[in-house]
Design a protein. Structure first.
Length: 88
């Protein structure tokens, strides 16, 4: 995904690390990453797809469902390609 910004990659990595139980960013840092991704608005579909595909790959089904539910509360919709994600 060469068109992803550093903020998008960092957001996905930080989100998945948190749900693996290995946080790499503080809550404030994560919120800033989310804000940057929302502000850019160009590749939200790819970001959502990465959360979906990598989440399915590295998280157990129960943890993935928890992540999906919590992200939705924050305005981040974890879905396959072609979805509207990261809506506020």
């Amino acid at each position: 995904f060469p068109t992803l910004s550093r903020a998008e990659v960092s957001f996905v990595e930080a989100s998945l690390s948190y749900w693996r139980g290995e946080p790499v960013a503080s809550d404030e840092e994560w919120k800033e990453m989310q804000r940057q991704v929302l502000a850019d608005g160009k590749r939200k579909d790819v970001t959502a797809f990465l959360l979906y595909s990598k989440g399915k790959e590295i998280l157990d089904p129960e943890t993935f469902a928890e992540m999906e539910e919590e992200m939705a509360k924050l305005g981040v919709t974890v879905r396959k390609v072609g979805s509207k994600a990261l809506e506020q």
